[in-house]
Design a protein around this ligand. Structure first.
Ligand code: FES
Length: 198
C-alpha cells in the first residue's frame, strides 16, 4: 500500500474550533493508498496529575471555545477526562460544574475512564445503521463479550460508538486506533477485532 504522509499539528489546528472534528483521526485508506496525518501527539498518556491538569487548563482558558478545547487537551494528555478536572475547568472558565459536565457528557468522544490498549469505534449514525451497522455492532459486542462503551477485562480493547466518521459513502464504517475502515462487513470486522486483541 502506498502511504502519503502529511505533517499536521492537530492540536494547533484545534485552536480554530472545529478542526478536531475535521481531523479526528490519523489515517484514511482510499483504495490502495493510505493518507497518514502525522501528529506530534503520541498515544502515550500521562497519569492524572492535578498540577499538569491545571497547566493544560490555563493554556487554553482564554481561547474561543475554551471548554471543548480544554476537554480535548485533557483527553489528549491523560487518555480520558479525569473527574477532578471538571471543577477545575469550571473554576477557570467561570462556569458551573453542571455546565462543564453537560458539555463533557454531550460529546461521546470524551471518556470518563482510561481506554484499553486498542480503541475500536463503530459508527452508529444513520448511513451506517442503514447499511447494517447495528448487526455489526451486535457482532462486535458478542465477540468481545462487552457492551459498546466498555473495555475488555484484559484491558486490550475498548469498544465505542461514534456518530459519523465522514465515510458515509462507504458505510458501514469503523475506526481502529485512529485508522479509518470503510465498507465494513463481518469478515473485515472480525479481522479488526482479531488485530485489536493481539
Ligand atoms: S454515518 Fe457512518 S460514516 Fe457517516
Amino acid at each position: 500500500m502506498t502511504q502519503y504522509h502529511f505533517p499536521i499539528n492537530r492540536f494547533a489546528l484545534s485552536q480554530h474550533g472545529t478542526a478536531l472534528l475535521i481531523f479526528p483521526t490519523n489515517s484514511v485508506s482510499v483504495g490502495e493508498a493510505q493518507f497518514v496525518i502525522e501528529s506530534p501527539i503520541m498515544a502515550v498518556y500521562e497519569p492524572w496529575d492535578e498540577t499538569r491538569g491545571a497547566e493544560i487548563i490555563t493554556e487554553h482558558a482564554n481561547r474561543e471555545g475554551a471548554t471543548l478545547l480544554i476537554l480535548h487537551a485533557l483527553q489528549e494528555a491523560f487518555g480520558y477526562v479525569p473527574e477532578p478536572a471538571i471543577p477545575m475547568v469550571a473554576a477557570a472558565l467561570n462556569l458551573s460544574r453542571a455546565e462543564v459536565y453537560g458539555v463533557f457528557t454531550f460529546y461521546h468522544d470524551f471518556r470518563k475512564e482510561p481506554a484499553g490498549r486498542h480503541v475500536l469505534k463503530l459508527c452508529r449514525a444513520e448511513a451506517c445503521q442503514a447499511a447494517g451497522g447495528d448487526a455489526l455492532a451486535a457482532r462486535a459486542e458478542a465477540k468481545l463479550g462487552i457492551a459498546c462503551g466498555n473495555t475488555t477485562a484484559d484491558n486490550r480493547v475498548t469498544l465505542e460508538p461514534i456518530y459519523c466518521l465522514g465515510l458515509c459513502a462507504t458505510a458501514p464504517s469503523a475506526m481502529l486506533d485512529g485508522r479509518l475502515v470503510g465498507r465494513l462487513d463481518q469478515t473485515r470486522l472480525d479481522a479488526l477485532i482479531a488485530e485489536a486483541q493481539q
